[in-house]
Design a protein around this ligand. Structure first.
Ligand code: TYM
Length: 342
């Protein structure tokens, strides 16, 4: 299938996932969870996963993993996902993901994996000591997406390369076996918050693995913590510009304006029309107030849902059943195509 050629036979279906490795950040919320909820009821089937098998590519304490999986499910629901309208489940309850991942391990090339920037960042200088799972991670991610024949994958910027690899795997599989079985999935990377940056350094992504807690807003931070982190966020000495062009070469200013725009569902230009000319001493309290107003109901709803873990587990089990009903025939057909006697 060549680039640009349109495949029409596939149901419009959204798949995305987040690792339940603890510590959801504002980056996860704006870059993923809020956008997942935005795609619900827009003419897509929506499937959202807690990718616990991806989380264990680096060490996870078993109790923490269980808690983080439930907390992520609570976070999805608190961000606006409805378990009736969307399929919510954890990856390990749907064995078809790993079944298809093995096939893709045999389709993907070592060189493709070696080029992945996330592999290089996460394995660092100590590649020999990284888990084999961390290296094969993108093939499992391709399986997550393609086991549902998903056509659209909303993600933050940092996952774009993995979705492109998913397309390469689909194209090679289709080509090698002479079929048109897997779709060319589109990454959906839209809006002002597809790359939320650290509050301490505008050149680094906001991340739960940053050693400084002041660099990020956690979804569980209270109002005081949010206000203090925004007050201490790094900025430059100039006033805010009135147009987006004025944010070029001002990464910290751009980041705070982008966060404001995403939280208030307002285009950057409209935000700047309002706040252009203001100093950060005036803008930061506005941003804190907005962040608290939007995030506090989510964190309190997460805490409320976490008081009933059995209900969360029932949602995940039901979601897994629904997910399997789509994934099972896809794996069955894949095995036939590959030549497995069934
Ligand atoms: P993960 O768990 O690292 O992040 C989950 C989602 O949050 C987005 N994100 C951000 N967006 C904007 N700014 C930030 N600072 C920021 N930090 C994180 C990520 O882009 C992502 O969308 N490999 C994936 C999980 C995964 C997956 C999938 C995603 C596994 N299988 C299939 C989509 C489809 C990951 O590690 O995301």
């Amino acid at each position: 299938m060549s680039e640009g050629q349109v495949q029409t036979a596939f149901t419009k279906r959204v798949f995305s996932g987040i690792q339940p490795s603890g510590g959801l950040t504002l980056g996860n919320y704006l870059g993923a969870m809020k956008r997942f909820a935005g795609m619900q009821g827009q003419g897509f089937e929506t499937i959202y996963c807690m990718v616990d098998l991806h989380a264990i590519t680096v060490w996870q304490d078993p109790e923490n993993l269980r808690r983080a999986t439930r907390e992520l499910c609570a976070g999805y629901i608190a961000s606006g996902l409805n378990p009736e309208d969307s399929i919510l489940f954890n990856q390990s309850q749907v064995p078809e993901h790993t079944q298809l991942a093995w096939i893709f391990n045999c389709v993907a090339r070592m060189g493709w994996m070696q080029r992945m920037t996330q592999w290089k960042d996460k394995a660092g200088k100590n590649q020999q000591n990284a888990s084999l799972g961390l290296f094969a991670y993108p093939a499992l991610m391709a399986a997550d997406i393609l086991v549902y024949h998903a056509t659209h994958v909303p993600v933050g910027e940092d996952q774009k390369q993995h979705v492109e690899l998913t397309r390469d795997i689909a194209a090679k599989f289709n080509h090698d076996f002479g079929v048109d079985f897997f779709p060319m999935t589109e990454p959906v990377i839209e809006g002002t918050a597809t790359r939320v940056m650290s509050l301490r350094d505008g050149s680094k992504k906001m991340s739960k693995s940053d050693p400084s807690d002041m660099s990020r807003i956690n979804m569980t931070d209270n109002a005081d913590a949010i206000a203090s982190k925004i007050r201490k966020a790094r900025t430059d000495p100039d006033a805010l510009p009135s147009e987006a062009k004025g944010l070029e070469d001002r990464p910290e200013a751009r980041n705070l304006v982008n966060i404001f725009a995403a939280l208030s569902d307002t285009p950057v230009d409209a935000v700047l029309k309002d706040v252009g000319g203001k100093q950060f001493s005036e803008f930061k309290p506005m941003l804190s107030e907005l962040a608290v107003e939007k995030l506090a109901p989510i964190s309190s709803e997460m805490a409320r849902l976490m008081e009933a873990p059995d209900e969360i587990d029932a949602i995940l089990a039901r979601g897994a059943e629904r997910a399997r009903s789509i994934a099972e025939p896809v794996v069955k057909r894949t095995y036939e195509i590959v030549g497995m006697v069934r």
